[in-house]
Ligand binder design. Structure first.
Ligand code: NAG
Ligand code: NAG
Ligand code: NAG
Ligand code: NAG
Ligand code: NAG
Ligand code: NAG
Ligand code: NAG
Length: 508
């Protein structure tokens, strides 16, 4: 099961490689190599306008696989009356007809649909609320049917995950309603069955889509998480399909997430009951004054907290499918307005598109798979050989395989982590040179050493295959791999499974 899923993943990567080639490594590549998806909420108007001199769109393309449109799929935006929809932004994103594409497909992005039924009067279209006293429950049910079929049906096959129901449960106080459901239009007209109907209609409209319930403060083992969990088990017992649970993770920097704690227990409870899950709206608010963090230590804590949530996602992958943040740059974040300017700076990228500690912490967690040091590099096949440089003194010297015991300095490599997700490899015999690619797009790309320019062509991505086994990939073509061809030649070759493309990296 897992193997098949990974295979599918690689097929998707291959399709996306054209997009990737234009960009240096980011979270997108690093997370792909760890088998998880990274995503962000995005404002479709920003995408359409290509705001901030293109920085908004290009940052998204470099770092994410998944976009969750922040508002455009919400009923308040989309549903203007009976049979009256505004498809403008959603069509731009996904294409208006079955066979047409939009910005998302053209840029290798997957869309998470958010959200079909937002169970809170504040988020239900006013024209509908106004009819509450005059329409029957049957009519309300048929309106829900029409809406879900119209939206999900229009983008059938194009939206892999839908938040079918959002924020249906009251936060704390016990109320008299089942599962502590919120008092809202859908509940008042249909009772708790409204949740069940939403999932049934969504599945009818797109049987391939994964159907989620999404909420906040449901990340631990608290009452709210348990009520949601019990509600979804009930929905299933009524014959409807629920695939997963979205946990929003709108949190503050004071939160702690540690292995085996309540958050892990909650995730395990979901897995034990055949639910998949995702982190759907992560941001980590810190106290601010005039937009700036009050305490610089909070920025560091925030970085570590982002990292610990990423560790949790990696631990539960593939049952935990994705890590999605609610936006990526502090320039467009809901947090400061919500907290009246007292909290903010909640995202991994600052106002000016500069990565913060949180970004680097996540990059390191994803991509730093071995410590700095000196190593010998041996291909899995042919056996008993190692990688060395033919002539230390010549720039563009040949790199080849040796089988003479591999003890001389030209057959040992100093491997150094470079913060943004890559490594440099220098022969121990000549630290001013580094392993370098020359033509990564050729059917067999060249590999030589080059003197200490230390540019993008000398940056390598390591992905771990357990024990000391790695694939070693050029940053500029990270979906390909350093590989043996012929008997002793080494080059950059397309990714196909094979033991000539994996290297045992032995510390010396
Ligand atoms: C439909 O949505 C687009 C994009 O948000 C907006 O520009 C347009 O004014 C909307 N049309 C109507 C009739 O509301
Ligand atoms: C969409 O493409 C399929 C397969 O190419 C074709 O059979 C179908 O007629 C197309 N539909 C429309 C609406 O163009
Ligand atoms: C709310 O109900 C739960 C059981 O459903 C109970 O354990 C808890 O004490 C109640 N809390 C309050 C504040 O009444
Ligand atoms: C922000 O200010 C408004 C108006 O004064 C108040 O109603 C609201 O509770 C405040 N929000 C927070 C998070 O403090
Ligand atoms: C490398 O070249 C330098 C000067 O060009 C020379 O002094 C040195 O002996 C050479 N070393 C080797 C191992 O050939
Ligand atoms: C890179 O490889 C391609 C395809 O083999 C070839 O056409 C091109 O000339 C090469 N470029 C360089 C700089 O070697
Ligand atoms: C070293 O590599 C850089 C590209 O990274 C290239 O521009 C330069 O020509 C190379 N140097 C030699 C001597 O080949």
């Amino acid at each position: 099961m897992i193997r098949e899923w990974r295979l599918l993943f690689w097929v998707c990567l291959a399709i996306n490689s054209v997009v990737e080639a234009q960009n240096p490594l980011g979270l997108r590549a690093s997370s792909a190599l760890r088998g998880i998806l990274f995503g962000t909420a995005a404002n479709v108007n920003n995408l359409r306008k290509d705001v901030d001199g293109g920085q908004y769109n290009s940052f998204i393309k470099k770092n994410y696989h998944v976009i969750e449109p922040e508002n455009d799929f919400k009923p308040m935006k989309l549903w203007h009356g009976i049979n009256n929809y505004n498809w403008s932004n959603c069509d731009w994103l996904l294409g208006a007809t079955t066979n047409s594409t939009g910005w998302a497909q053209q840029n290798g992005m997957q869309i998470r649909g958010h959200t079909l039924v937002w169970a809170n009067d504040k988020n239900i279209p006013n024209w509908l609320l106004k009819q509450e006293s005059s329409i029957s429950s049957e009519k309300v049910k048929s309106l829900m049917y029409d809406y879900i079929h119209a939206v999900v049906g229009r983008y059938r096959g194009k939206v892999p995950w839908w938040d079918v129901v959002n924020e249906a449960i009251d936060d704390s106080k016990n109320n008299s309603r089942p599962f502590n459901l919120r008092d809202n239009f859908w509940y008042r007209k249909l009772g708790p069955d409204f949740v069940k109907y939403a999932f049934i209609f969504a599945q009818q409209a797109d049987p391939q889509a994964k159907l989620y319930y999404n909420d906040y403060n449901n990340e631990d083992m608290g009452t709210k998480a348990t009520r949601g969990f019990e509600m979804l088990k009930w929905v299933r017992s009524q014959g409807a399909t629920v695939h997963g649970i979205g946990m929003q993770w709108h949190i503050r920097v004071s939160k702690n997430v540690k292995f085996a704690d309540q958050h892990y227990q909650n995730a395990q409870r979901l897995i034990d009951n055949s639910f998949e899950f995702m982190v759907t709206e992560l941001d980590v608010a810190i106290q601010i004054n005039d937009g700036n963090p009050r305490d610089p230590n909070d920025v560091e804590k925030q970085g570590l907290l982002y990292r610990s949530i990423l560790k949790y996602v990696l631990y539960f992958s593939p049952k935990c499918r994705a890590l999605i943040t609610w936006g990526f740059t502090d320039r467009y974040s809901w947090v400061p307005a919500f907290y009246n300017g007292t909290e903010g700076a909640a995202l991994p990228i600052d106002w000016n598109y500069q990565p913060k500690l949180a970004y680097w912490q996540m990059q390191e967690e994803l991509a730093r798979v071995l410590p700095n040091g000196n190593y010998r590099l041996s291909p899995e096949y042919p056996p008993n050989k190692c990688l060395g440089v033919y002539d230390n003194n010549i720039t563009r010297s040949v790199i080849q395989l040796y089988d003479d015991g591999c003890n001389t300095p030209n057959k040992k490599w100093t491997i150094t982590w470079l913060n943004h997700g890559t490594y440099r490899l220098s022969p121990v015999s000549t630290s001013v040179h580094a392993l370098s690619t020359y033509n990564t797009t050729a059917s067999i790309g060249e590999v030589k050493i080059n003197n200490s320019l230390f540019d993008i062509n000398q940056e390598w991505v390591f992905s771990s295959y357990g024990k000391n086994l790695f694939r070693i990939r050029p940053r500029s073509a990270w979906w390909r791999a350093l590989s043996v061809y012929g008997t002793t030649n080494v080059g950059i070759i397309d990714f196909i499974n094979g033991d000539n493309k994996r290297w045992t990296v032995t510390s010396i």
